[in-house]
Ligand binder design. Structure first.
Ligand SMILES: [Ca+2]
Ligand SMILES: [Ca+2]
Ligand SMILES: [Ca+2]
Length: 264
């Protein structure tokens, strides 16, 4: 939903395992195991807050409301959207946003640098205005606070950054295009990219909440468009995942055992 609509309709602001061998070869084997464990552990490092959605684990054509953290705006099921296999960047599904769809996914992120990306497909011949929105504050029933509003004007063929001074770029039809947002919550600004081209850089939040809480895919009764492969990552910042920490512990335990048995 858009900020203007909340105000117009009066709903603003009331309503966010190992077999141990003997001898030299065994020692080498164990060393290999230790190294492998270490590598696996490091490879498993990932930001605990990473989010990835490809819509492929859901039944094709099913309502996304109540699946994978997705729901209709204000947790109202009528604002849901279905998965579709008509177009997909990763097989089999994407999310089809059209009609009454106002599909949200909440986040609880504050501070730091974040990169959000989404693949989008707009069929040629589509009409109406479809929106991609990011909110710094969202709760079912409010309060809400908007940070990004991209207006895909399929009548004029332009994508417009409503909060980025109306900066625009031509829509690329009939192909998967990447939307990317580099969000600096500490610096309170956002860079908006369309197919790798900078569309706009603007203030993230005029009230400086320092948060990111919601993706909103809003159909606005326009022609259906498609989203796939959404990601939220924290670049250059890794936090050990529970699996990595467990593997790390196993590695440390194994090194201790080997030392005690004088094989290392
Ligand atoms: Ca919230
Ligand atoms: Ca997919
Ligand atoms: Ca604000």
């Amino acid at each position: 939903m858009l900020i203007e609509e909340k105000r117009c309709f009066g709903v603003w602001p009331k309503h966010d395992h190992f077999k141990f061998f003997e001898g030299g070869s065994a020692m080498r084997n164990l060393r290999v195991v230790v190294v492998v464990l270490a590598i696996v552990g490091v490879s498993s490092l990932a930001s605990a807050s990473d989010f990835m959605e490809d819509f492929d684990s859901y039944v094709t054509g099913s309502s996304l409301h109540g699946q994978g953290g997705w729901k209709g705006w204000d947790n109202v099921s009528m604002f849901t959207a279905p998965t579709s296999s008509l177009h997909a960047n990763s097989v089999s599904n994407s999310a089809e946003i059209g009609g009454s769809a106002d599909l949200v996914h909440e986040f609880d992120i504050s501070g730091g640098m974040w990169e959000l990306s989404a693949m989008q497909y707009i069929p040629d011949g589509s009409t109406g205005n479809s929106f991609f929105l990011l909110l710094n504050q969202y709760n079912d029933g409010g309060p809400y606070d908007w940070s990004v509003q991209l207006n895909f004007d399929m009548n004029t063929g332009q994508i417009v950054s409503d909060f980025g001074g109306g900066a625009s770029l031509p829509i690329q039809w009939d192909e998967w295009v990447q939307l990317k947002f580099v969000i600096d919550l500490a610096g309170n600004n956002v860079d908006e990219y369309y197919d790798g081209t900078l569309l706009s850089t603007h203030q993230w939040d005029d009230t400086v909440n320092g948060t990111f809480q919601c993706i909103d895919l809003y159909g606005n009764y326009a022609s259906p468009i498609y989203y796939d492969d959404l990601r939220v990552i924290q670049p250059n910042h890794v936090i050990p995942a529970p699996g990595a920490m467990l593997l790390g512990s196993i590695g440390v335990g194994l090194v201790g055992w080997l030392r005690r048995h004088r094989t290392l």
